[in-house]
Write a protein that binds this ligand. Sequence first.
Ligand code: FAD
Length: 372
Amino acid sequence: MDAQITIIGAGVVGLSIAERVSKDFKDVFLIDKYPTFGQETSSRNSEVIHAGIYYPKGSLKSRLCIEGKKLLYNYCIENDVPFKNCGKLIVATSEDEIPIIEGIQRTAFNNGVEDLLIIDKDRIAELEPSVFAMKAIFSPSTGIVDSHSLMKSYETGTIHNGGQIVYGSEVTAIRKIESGYEITLLDSDKKIYRFTSNIVINSAGLTSDKVSEMVGLEDDKLKIMFCKGEYFRLNPPKNRLINRLVYPVPEHNLEGIGIHVTVEIGGGVKLGPDVTYLKSNDYDYKVTPSKQEAFFKSVRKFLPFLEYNDLSPEMAGIRPKIQKPGDPVMDFYIKEEIGRGCPGFINLIGIESPGLTSSLAIANYVRKLINI
Ligand SMILES: Cc1cc2nc3c(=O)[nH]c(=O)nc-3n(C[C@H](O)[C@H](O)[C@H](O)COP(=O)(O)OP(=O)(O)OC[C@H]3O[C@@H](n4cnc5c(N)ncnc54)[C@H](O)[C@@H]3O)c2cc1C
């Protein structure tokens, strides 16, 4: 075999896995079709270190988020990755929403997030004087991270451990062979290469269902639907009125968690993302200027100082959803496909939020699935 382990996809998850497994194995290859890392979902997100408040008890999303946030804070400290443990408010803006946030606190407590506090108007005014809320949840363990620096650090760690990173090469075919897989690559000069690997880890984000199909694993339940999230920027100087993350109460099936206010490491503030399932799986990163009205109305409930012209179109990201519109929340799919005739082929599909927060915990989980 040319490689012991091949990881497809150098987003934050593939990079984290590469760093983790290159500590224990030699001949680890990380492949991406772009000339550098993180050109898709990993650089188009809110960069929030989630506390793990919303996810169903016992799900991978819940477990890996709670474990992952602790690992991530420690990793950032040890590796000089910029982060801020700024905390977050989930605001009740009407009497009706107060029992909802109380319910969120109880569910989160049962799921292992035990540090949420319900705070009243006075405390809210101390923390965020410009925010309107009747009551709020304060989550002290929520934070933000510079995802580019995080990915750079995972990349450096992988190379330091002896792993090899191959950019500008698209995986176009995978064939099961005796004790492993033959992988076909198309490089940027349109040259074709083939090599063999004992283990293949599919961490290909938005096209992870297509990569799985390359080895014959077809499954309607694992078809990815592109689900776009757009952002608007809160223009200076009003960005200075917000110090931490502020969220409304979430939508009932967690398709999204409501248009929220995200602070950035550099002090910028953005609003979003919204939730739009795309009709086809096209990479559509356009921001729709006509949505400004809806964003404005949605957050004005808790940002009363906001005026329409304080917003400007910012950017968009695409969630790799396996949850169909209107369906209950779906978990991350992370499995070695031995049961479907593909031993040593590890699939990661539907790694939407909280994938960034969970990246180190996902890497440990995947490490335990490797059996060579
Ligand atoms: C709008 C939005 C907001 C979010 N906010 C947060 C947040 O605040 N906190 C949080 O924890 N998570 C958040 N997430 C989720 C988080 O961004 C993702 O879970 C994470 O980035 C997924 O990383 P990944 O490595 O799995 O995928 P990606 O970053 O998509 O990487 C996959 C890589 O695979 C490569 N690839 C694909 N196919 C091939 C092929 N055939 N050959 C070679 N390379 C290939 C691609 O080029 C790409 O680089 C958000 C997501 C979105 C969309």
